[in-house]
Design a binder for this molecule. Structure first.
Ligand code: C5P
Length: 495
């Protein structure tokens, strides 16, 4: 996408600034980077749809069907356009606000960061701004900030004010109506709902002064998230730990997302496999494939955010599961197969797991001794093919999607796989660029971005390189369209 062309198409820099609610520096930043941040992409896509020449701008091959580079379907996220003013207080847990920002963006929220002076002792406005892609506000009396976005606008033009971490000091000032810096002034001036996730030393948390402030804030409708119990940063055990970013996201979503029953995939069950499987050779060794689980988990998250009930069957991964999914953790292909069959019926199944094709015929329950010989033979037997089993199952999901990691002839191999496994779509990706078996050559495993080819019956679309979360969003948009078409096909025609 040509950023400058898009800006022109949307009426110029000022028009885009007001569309996105960002300052001039953000637009310059997009031009320099040659792309838009993911969280504003759906707003831009929507606006472009309403402009003439949209198709030519995005997709000069709009009429061709086979083997073209196509713009993936547009997605309107359920939280589309929802804005959060994220106030970061000065506590050691401030660094967790960075991860929280990412996770909130994954759900389509638009984040404006506001940092107290003490928060800047722990993290810098630059790191938050790099993550949010937005200017971060720190100063009540900054002429530039006020010219760009006055503190009253910051307080008002938001759907939620979220304070993370809420320190004892910030809670005390908010409870007593003190407005002596930008953060506390926003808390006094806002008419939006306020959520606070406190984090502090357990003694400070249980102090009657803090508890009085807490009661006052709650009585005024402030939604308090946590804190959790456990080890705190100061080495003391007790109540005062910041609730995990994942749980904070769940609270925010419950407050800001529309009624889930109105979402596009409400009432649908989606089954997703993700991560590798590991097949024991003995008590310490195993066979496995490379897989971080990032793509499968992102698809599960996107399906859930559109209202689907999601069963995520994952092999051993180091990433956190998305919020709101039913997680089934397994190790071997056989366990993954059994878990998938037990999860049926499903409307959608996406097999993103890198399942080991083979397992040791007779795994030992002790460590096999190293032999003197230079070689050894390991007898392998084939694992069940979960995707193929779903493809022939009497409860075959309406939309069955598989992956094909190929090192060559991507399109032909993917098309062949689609037919062989009786699935509807294959998402193909090339997994190596240069010769050799060095995994650092791979383009996909463990990376945050991916380049895919979506292979359907008779068509294949090469999508441009995108973040895996973005691919997930766009794939789910395409799934929603396909399911809607399937329903329309089944409906009797009006006569
Ligand atoms: O045959 P191949 O392993 O290349 O097929 C890849 C696709 O099949 C992926 O969607 C993968 O999750 C799925 N698969 C499976 N069970 C297996 C092997 C692959 O579900 N045993």
């Amino acid at each position: 996408m040509d950023v400058q062309k898009v800006i022109d198409q949307l009426g110029g820099r000022h028009a885009l600034q007001s569309l996105l609610g960002v300052g001039p520096s953000a637009i310059s930043n997009y031009i320099t980077r040659g792309c838009f941040p993911r969280r504003v992409q759906s707003i831009i896509d929507t606006a472009l749809q309403d402009t003439p020449h949209h198709n030519q701008l995005h997709n000069p091959n709009a009429n061709s069907t086979s083997s073209t580079t196509l713009t993936p379907p547009r997605i309107i996220h359920p939280t589309h356009g929802k804005r959060i003013a994220l106030i970061i207080g000065g506590g050691i847990a401030a660094y967790k606000a960075l991860e929280l920002t990412r996770r909130l963006q994954d759900h389509g929220f638009h984040i404006t960061g506001i940092m107290t002076k003490s928060a800047q002792q722990f993290i810098t406005p630059l790191s938050l701004s790099a993550l949010s892609g937005e200017k971060v506000y720190t100063d009540l009396f900054s002429l530039t900030d006020e010219a760009e976005m006055g503190h009253i606008r910051l307080a008002r033009e938001t759907d939620l004010v979220l304070v993370v971490p809420a320190t004892a000091n910030l809670m005390a000032r908010a409870a007593n109506g003190i407005a002596d810096d930008l953060a506390s002034t926003i808390l006094l001036a806002t008419t939006a709902p306020v959520m606070m996730a406190p984090a502090m030393n357990p003694a400070m948390w249980s102090h009657p002064a803090t508890q009085d402030n807490l009661a006052r804030l709650q009585s005024r409708g402030v939604h308090i998230i946590g804190p959790d119990s456990g080890d705190t940063a100061c080495g003391e055990d007790g109540e005062g730990r910041l609730t995990s970013p994942q749980d904070i996201v769940a609270h925010v979503r419950a407050r800001l997302e529309p009624d889930r029953s109105s979402l596009a995939l409400s009432g649908k069950h989606a089954l997703v496999t993700s991560g590798p499987t590991i097949e024991p050779i003995d008590s310490v060794r195993f066979i496995a494939n490379h897989s971080s689980g990032k793509q499968g988990h992102a698809i599960a998250a996107a399906l859930a955010s559109h209202g689907a009930t999601v069963t995520l069957v994952n092999g051993p991964v180091t990433i956190d599961p998305p919020t709101g999914v039913k997680l089934v953790s397994v190790e071997t292909a056989q366990e993954m197969h059994d878990a998938c069959m037990a999860a049926l019926p499903a409307d959608i199944a996406v097999c993103a797991a890198a399942v080991a094709d083979w397992r040791a015929q007779a795994p030992k329950n002790h460590k096999i001794k190293k032999q003197a010989a230079d070689s050894m033979t390991l007898n392998l037997v084939k694992n069940p093919d979960i995707l193929a089993a779903l493809g022939t199952h009497e409860q075959r999901p309406t939309l069955l999607v598989g992956f094909a990691a190929e090192t060559e002839n991507l399109e032909a191999n993917a098309q062949q796989k689609r037919i062989a496994k009786n699935c509807d779509w294959i998402i193909g990706n090339l997994v190596a660029v240069s010769s050799g078996t060095n995994t650092s050559d791979n383009l996909v495993f463990g990376h945050d971005k991916n380049t895919i080819m979506l292979v359907r019956d008779g068509t294949s679309e090469a999508w441009p390189k995108m973040r895996k979360t973005e691919i997930a969003d766009k794939l789910v948009a395409a799934m929603i369209m396909t399911l809607n078409e399937t329903v329309a096909d089944k409906e009797p025609a009006n006569v």
